[in-house]
Write a protein that binds this ligand. Structure first.
Ligand code: G4P
Length: 283
C-alpha cells in the first residue's frame, strides 16, 4: 500500500509546535484508543520534554474496554497521565480538569514558592489528523469559553481559551504527522479512517481488517454478517457480499461494495468495540 506525505507541511507544523510548546506547561496529546501506538508520533516525546504530559485516549467508545484498560496502564507506567474519552460528549470533561491540575502540581507548587498565586496552567492539544482534536476543544471549552490574548497592547498574541480560573488552552491544536515507516502503522490508520480514502485500496484494506478480526475478535463477523469464520478472509468477504446483497448489474458479486461496507461498519463501531493493536506489540 502506498501513502503520500508532505515533508514541507510536516516541517512547518513541527516548527510551529516547537514555538508553541515554549508557551505552555502541559501537552494534551490525543491518541485513537483503537490504535493507541500507531496514532502517536513519537517526536512529541522529544518536543514535549520537560512539560507535564497528559494522554487522552479518544474514541474510547469505539474501542475494546479491556484493551482500553491495558493501554491506560501501559501509558501510566511510562509516566503519562491518562484519561479515556469520547470527545463528543461532556462526560469525562470534569475529570480532565482535575487530572490537569494533578499533572501540573509541581508547576503550581513552584509558582507558589515564588509568590505567584493563581496563574492559570497553560496547555495545548496535539495529535495526528482526525483523532478528534477540534471536537475535544469544542466540547471541553463549550460555550462558556472566553477568548483571551490579542488584548490591547498585545500585538500579535496567541489566542488562548480560558477554560476556568485554573486552565487556559491554546485555541489551535498542534498537528502531528503519523510515522509511516512501518507498513502496519499505515494500515491501522487507514482502517480507523485517519488516512484519506482515495489514497488506498479498500479491497486490500478490508481483507486485512477481516484477517485481524478473525484472529482477535472471533465471533464478531459471524454475528454481524452471519458468515462462517472457518475460512480465509477472501471467503468471508465473499459470504458478506452474498448475505448483504452486494451484487453488480449482471448478478455478479460486488466485492468492492462489500469491502467498503465492512470498513465503514468497522469505523462506525457497528461490528463491535474493537482495538486493533495491543500493548506489547502483538496485533
Ligand atoms: P481533528 O480535529 O483531530 O482532525 O479531528 P475532529 O475533531 O475533526 O474529529 C474527527 C472525527 O472524529 C469527527 O467525525 C468527530 O465527530 C469524530 N470524533 C471525535 N472524537 C470522537 C470520539 O471520542 N468518539 C467518536 N466515536 N467519534 C469521535 P466527523 O466529523 O463525522 O468526521 P467523519 O466521521 O466523517 O470522518
Amino acid at each position: 500500500m502506498h501513502f503520500q506525505w508532505y515533508p514541507g507541511h510536516m516541517t512547518k507544523a513541527k516548527r510551529q509546535m516547537q514555538e508553541d510548546i515554549k508557551l505552555i506547561d502541559l501537552v494534551i496529546e490525543l491518541v485513537d484508543a483503537r490504535v493507541p501506538q500507531s496514532s502517536r508520533n513519537p517526536d512529541i516525546d522529544d518536543l514535549g520534554r520537560q512539560k507535564a504530559r497528559l494522554i487522552l485516549m479518544n474514541k474510547a467508545d469505539l474501542a475494546d474496554e479491556k484493551q482500553n484498560l491495558e493501554w491506560e496502564s501501559y501509558f501510566r507506567e511510562k509516566g503519562f497521565f491518562v484519561v479515556k474519552l469520547d470527545a463528543r460528549t461532556k462526560a469525562g470533561m470534569k475529570e480532565i480538569s482535575s487530572v490537569i491540575m494533578d499533572a501540573c502540581k509541581e508547576k503550581i507548587a513552584r509558582d507558589r514558592k515564588r509568590g505567584i498565586k493563581n496563574r492559570p496552567v497553560r496547555a495545548m492539544v496535539v495529535g495526528i489528523p482526525n483523532v478528534g482534536k477540534s471536537t475535544f476543544i469544542n466540547t471541553y471549552a463549550g460555550k462558556a469559553c472566553a477568548k483571551t490574548g490579542n488584548k490591547p497592547g498585545v500585538t500579535k498574541g496567541k489566542q488562548w481559551i480560558r477554560l476556568n480560573k485554573n486552565v487556559e488552552l491554546l485555541d489551535t491544536p498542534g498537528i502531528l504527522w503519523p510515522k509511516f515507516e512501518d507498513q502496519r502503522v499505515g494500515l491501522y490508520l487507514a482502517m480507523v479512517g485517519s488516512i484519506k480514502d482515495e489514497l488506498l485500496n479498500k479491497d486490500e484494506l478490508s481483507l486485512e481488517l477481516i484477517k485481524i478480526l478473525l484472529e482477535n475478535y472471533p465471533g464478531a463477523l459471524a454475528q454481524r454478517y452471519e458468515v462462517s469464520e472457518g475460512q480465509e478472509p477472501a471467503g468471508v468477504l465473499m459470504e458478506i457480499a452474498k448475505n448483504r446483497n452486494c451484487v453488480k448489474k449482471g448478478g455478479e458479486l460486488d466485492y468492492s461494495k462489500a469491502s467498503a461496507l465492512v470498513v465503514e461498519e468497522f469505523r462506525s463501531g457497528r461490528i463491535g468495540k474493537i482495538t486493533l493493536e495491543f500493548p506489547g506489540g502483538e496485533g
